[in-house]
Design a protein around this ligand. Structure first.
Ligand code: THU
Length: 135
């Protein structure tokens, strides 16, 4: 697992927290922000984007990841997930993150910018179905 400096860790949390202001959440009012650090050092933020047709809502983590992949970055060190109450990534986001690395560090933080839990995709989704199962 790549280690993160305290500075990088807090920068990811702060960027995720800041991004929450742009969350589009007219239905739940539950603001989620994510900041994903590519191995290049570039950071991609994401917010949850809700929809009147509720199930097509997209989570902040996946917005960040899809932004990164669409810009050509497919390897990642860490992601922050920031909510008011330190909520944990949903199952769909765990699966999507697992596709790109079980070692990705996941920083779960609250709206005050405090780290609630530091974990990994592997710990959040043990026994993940992955690309290796398809060969
Ligand atoms: N949400 C995320 O953005 N990420 C998660 O991992 C969990 C849930 C969003 C989806 C919806 O807009 C709101 O939080 C409430 O479920």
């Amino acid at each position: 697992m790549t280690e993160l400096t305290n500075e990088t860790r807090q920068a990811l949390i702060d960027l995720g927290n800041e991004a929450r202001r742009r969350a589009y959440v007219p239905y739940s009012n539950y603001r989620v922000g994510a900041a994903l650090r590519g191995k290049s050092g570039k950071i991609y933020t994401g917010v949850n984007v809700e929809n009147a047709a509720y199930p097509v809502t997209m989570c902040a983590e996946r917005v960040a990841l899809f932004k990164a992949v669409s810009e050509g970055e497919c390897e990642f060190d860490a992601i922050s997930v920031v909510t008011d109450n330190g909520g944990s990534p949903c199952g769909s986001c765990r699966q999507v993150l697992a596709e790109f690395g079980l070692d990705i560090i996941v920083l779960i933080a609250d709206g005050e910018g405090n780290l609630v839990e530091k974990t990994t995709v592997h710990a959040l989704l043990p026994g993940a179905f992955g690309p290796e199962h398809l060969v």
